[in-house]
Design a protein around this ligand. Sequence first.
Ligand code: AMP
Length: 190
Amino acid sequence: MKNLVLFGPPGAGKGTQSEKLIQKYGFVHISTGDLFRWHTKNETPLGRQVKEIMNSGALVPDEITIAMLREEVKRHPQAGGFLFDGFPRTVAQAEALDALMRELGTAIHHVIALEVDEQELRQRIAKRKAIENRADDEEEKLNKRITEYFTKTIHVLPFYEKQGRLVRINGVGKIEDIFAAICNELDRKK
Ligand code: AMP
């Protein structure tokens, strides 16, 4: 089983690349953002708990996020490999993910960071807002999400880098070229 963490700021193209990677490699896709959106939309107790936090653009506390992720991973005992999208976003989450993988007798084999500068991110999110109208893409919330990324999530990179597990890929360019660069990396370390 090969597991991948796809890492990057809001608007880096994680969702787009995830879809293509799932099609090609058959990963089970776990997006904590999608899971939280499902819970809020369906007004589950968890959804009610996190709605305000999400709408403000802040990160959901680690304890809640990690518990949800563990449950989701355990729902797929037959998975050939997981693609984690939007998780981990803090060092505590990265450590919890390693512990969970160890419990399952596996590991995180690839950590790919999609790198996109802040100006490009804001332009992309403005475009997405026009199509999807996500509550957390509004400017104030977007600022908060980008700040959360550059103050908290960015620290996850050195965590993986120190262990020699991080691969940085330029996330600006044609979708197909970025996809090819990611596939190249996955296939290189088979
Ligand atoms: P995303 O679609 O990945 O940008 O996630 C949307 C929102 O869900 C984030 O702004 C957070 O409020 C929450 N969220 C998603 N993943 C995480 C995570 N790993 N840790 C904390 N909060 C998260």
